[in-house]
Design a protein around this ligand. Structure first.
Ligand code: I3P
Length: 109
């Protein structure tokens, strides 16, 4: 699955709140491949040509949990992604349908 996702980092590893200055929203082209959610700067990336930055933004979603971010009301179609290392991301999808589809696909892994 792939599509545009806008990310906000809410908690870092070990569940600590992401500090001010790193809590802004940022738009990515997301690609779910195997157990990795790539958050890329640009749409097309052949597997052998992923940049260092894109690799850094990739999220391992094995043992991650995606839910509707019902406690976040500032934006619509936002899902919450908790990773196995206790990071928390808010991810805004382009529509409710897209949000549900991302949640379903992430939790299927
Ligand atoms: C954050 C940025 C986010 C905002 C966040 C700010 O500042 O303005 O958009 O979240 O508020 O800290 P920075 O880019 O300097 O990290 P919202 O859009 O959800 O308001 P927060 O600290 O209350 O999460």
């Amino acid at each position: 699955k792939h599509g545009v996702l806008t990310r906000k980092s809410h908690a870092d590893m070990d569940g600590k709140r992401t500090p001010r200055g790193r809590r802004g929203w940022k738009k990515f082209y997301a690609v779910l491949k195997g157990m990795i959610l790539y958050l890329q700067k640009d749409e097309y990336k052949p597997d052998c040509d992923i940049s260092e930055v894109d690799l850094k933004n990739a999220v391992r979603i094995h043992h991650a949990l995606a839910t509707c971010a019902t406690d976040y009301s500032k934006r619509a179609n936002v899902l919450k992604l908790k990773t196995s290392d206790w990071r928390v991301f808010l991810l805004q999808a382009s529509s409710e349908e897209e949000m549900m589809s991302w949640i379903f696909r992430i939790n299927l892994v």
